[in-house]
Ligand binder design. Structure first.
Ligand SMILES: Cc1ncc(COP(=O)(O)O)c(C=O)c1O
Length: 378
């Protein structure tokens, strides 16, 4: 079986089937060196300096490139380091189109680029048909940036349709697939040019490492700028964190399957619950984006959901302080379940409903998670 015929599950479980040629070790070593010696002909053997790249990072990048079907992947010191580096390639006067509700850190950075650098930023409403296309066509768009399932309302964006709209306008499509990793959605196969992940979340999976990932369908001029910008900004992922990321990824498929199954069970249980005004989850039959989600998410509807609860912001915070298993903390994608009052962390620009609780579902037992939410809502 060639490398390319291998399933994603096998690729992940074996961490790229690494075997050290010198020792036979089946786990890639951590190379902490910041600099690399030249040989007798004064040539570099492959690496030069730690801010450019390191061998442990290269190891995880090779697995990520295969996972995404990418020509190349790059790892960053955090998700935001990857996002900031990607948008370094956008010049003043160029236009970026992105959803109004999405990961707030990326939206805040785009607003800053608009204010300080003269980048034109247009936000569209992910829940409104035709809104993305209208925003793209309203100007000369260079980049369309989307989340297939937008954080934290989980409106679904059709990646193929977004790619078609971007490409008609001569723009590239970047997809933040943090909550829809390749075990359920392969963004490059659906037409994206670049796929991004906060590796801090599902890829690493244990809430113990910060990491970012960008992967490209083709190495083009923009991508070469991304590479250069990573070196200049110093946003490269360190060797130890690269090792942790690769280690976490080895169980991604198993974790994600269990987390998505738990999330579906929770969403179904609370859909008509008297203590909940609405459950936002793309896997529910009542969700308007379910058909698209089903088409593009082949490995489950994901493990993120939101609850709208009575009593506004105070009512939501009260529920989040009463849970005993769900930890009231931000972030997502770890093996443990988290709950948070989203508007509290997003700040003044937040477009998120005041009574929204964002839930990241872990790998615990679904019945115990449901009982915990029941008592907190009661
Ligand atoms: C969808 C999404 N994109 C990007 C990021 C930023 O990643 P990081 O926190 O690793 O910098 C996050 C973090 O919460 C996220 O949820």
């Amino acid at each position: 079986m060639s490398d390319n015929d291998q399933s994603l599950e096998t690729l992940l479980a074996q961490g790229g089937h690494f075997i050290d040629p010198e020792t036979g070790a089946i786990v890639a070593p951590i190379h902490p060196a910041t600099t690399y010696a030249r040989d007798g002909r004064y040539e570099l053997p492959g690496f030069a300096y730690g801010r450019n790249a390191n061998p442990t990072g290269a190891q995880v990048e090779a697995v990520l490139a295969r996972l995404e079907g990418a020509e190349e992947a790059l790892v960053f010191a955090s998700g935001m380091a990857g996002i900031v580096t990607f948008f370094e390639t956008v010049r003043s006067g160029e236009r970026v189109v992105a959803p109004r509700v999405m990961y707030h850190g990326a939206a805040d950075w785009l607003r800053r680029l608009a204010e300080r650098r003269g980048v034109e930023v247009a936000f569209f409403d992910a829940g409104e048909a035709g809104s993305l296309e209208a925003a793209v066509e309203a100007g000369e768009t260079a980049v369309v940036w989307i989340e297939p399932s937008v954080n934290p309302t989980w409106d679904v964006i059709d990646v193929r349709a977004a790619a078609a709209a971007a490409h008609r306008a001569g723009a590239v499509l970047g997809v933040d697939a943090t909550v829809t990793p390749a075990v359920t959605l392969r963004a490059l196969d659906l037409g994206a040019d670049v796929v991004f992940h906060s590796g801090t979340k599902y890829l690493a999976g244990h809430s113990d490492v910060m990491a970012g990932v960008l992967a490209t369908r083709v190495v083009d001029e923009r991508w070469k700028e991304v590479r250069l910008a990573r070196t200049h900004t110093g946003g490269v992922l360190g060797a130890f964190e690269s090792w942790l990321l690769l280690r976490g990824m080895r169980t991604l498929h198993v974790r994600y399957e269990r987390q998505a199954a738990n999330a579906l069970a929770i969403a179904r249980h609370f859909e008509h619950h008297p203590g909940v005004e609405a459950v936002l989850y793309p896997g529910l039959e009542s969700h308007p984006g379910r058909a698209v989600a089903r088409r593009q998410m082949t490995g489950g509807f994901g493990a993120m959901l939101s609850l709208l609860v009575p009593g506004g912001a105070e009512g939501a915070k009260r529920v989040a302080t009463r849970t005993r298993l769900f930890v009231p903390a931000t972030s997502l994608g770890g093996v443990e379940s988290l709950i948070e009052h989203r508007a509290s962390v997003e700040g003044p620009h937040s477009a998120v409903p005041a009574n929204l609780l964002r839930v990241s579902v872990g790998i615990e037992r679904a019945d115990e998670l449901i009982a915990d939410l029941e008592q907190a809502l009661g």
